[in-house]
Design a protein around this ligand. Sequence first.
Ligand code: GAR
Length: 199
Amino acid sequence: PIKLGILASGNGSNFEAVAEAIAQGRLNAKIQVLIYNNPEAKVAVRAANRDVPAVLLNHRHFPSREDLDRQIVQTLHQYDVSWVIMAGWMRIVTPVLINAFAERIINIHPSLLPSFRGIQAVEQALAAGVKIAGCTVHIVVPEVDSGRILLQAAVPVLPDDTPQTLHQRIHQQEYRILPAAIALAAKQGAGTSWEQRAK
Ligand code: GAR
């Protein structure tokens, strides 16, 4: 099994989707540790229910993003993590973390990248008036919400959608493509070139 470290900031329904995929045998992995940054985050309760160790690293207690990332890297090493999954991690990550797990960090973002990078992606999509929205799972690079795309899924935008109703529809697709993308990335291996992948 591949050894996952999950970073999450809030509700953690994507954490749950990964844990469930593992429990059902759809993903050959083990969640070594959850790292969360918000003392109130519901994801901590989900981890406890799944017997996954949870480590709170409150970003407010670190002087810089780099200091937080150094502690994240140390924790990931401590728990023998080989792939890092950002499942609703709402902090910008720095090269301190990215270089320590080069091409082994995966992010899920609630838009069809490269459209609507950054925060409030669902609100951005509604404001733009797009008729198709969706989600993207990609490899993390220093530029925010960029990096090689692993999987995407599209959903319709309906006339009466609010950010909540649209995000709910996107979430349903996230639960499907995040575990699948983790399996795909592990199969391809980190650092695989485009040429090698094409074969
Ligand atoms: C997900 O929709 C994820 O795509 C998004 O946060 C949500 C977390 O939900 N991530 C970002 O916006 C990253 N910039 P969850 O806590 O229920 O998994």
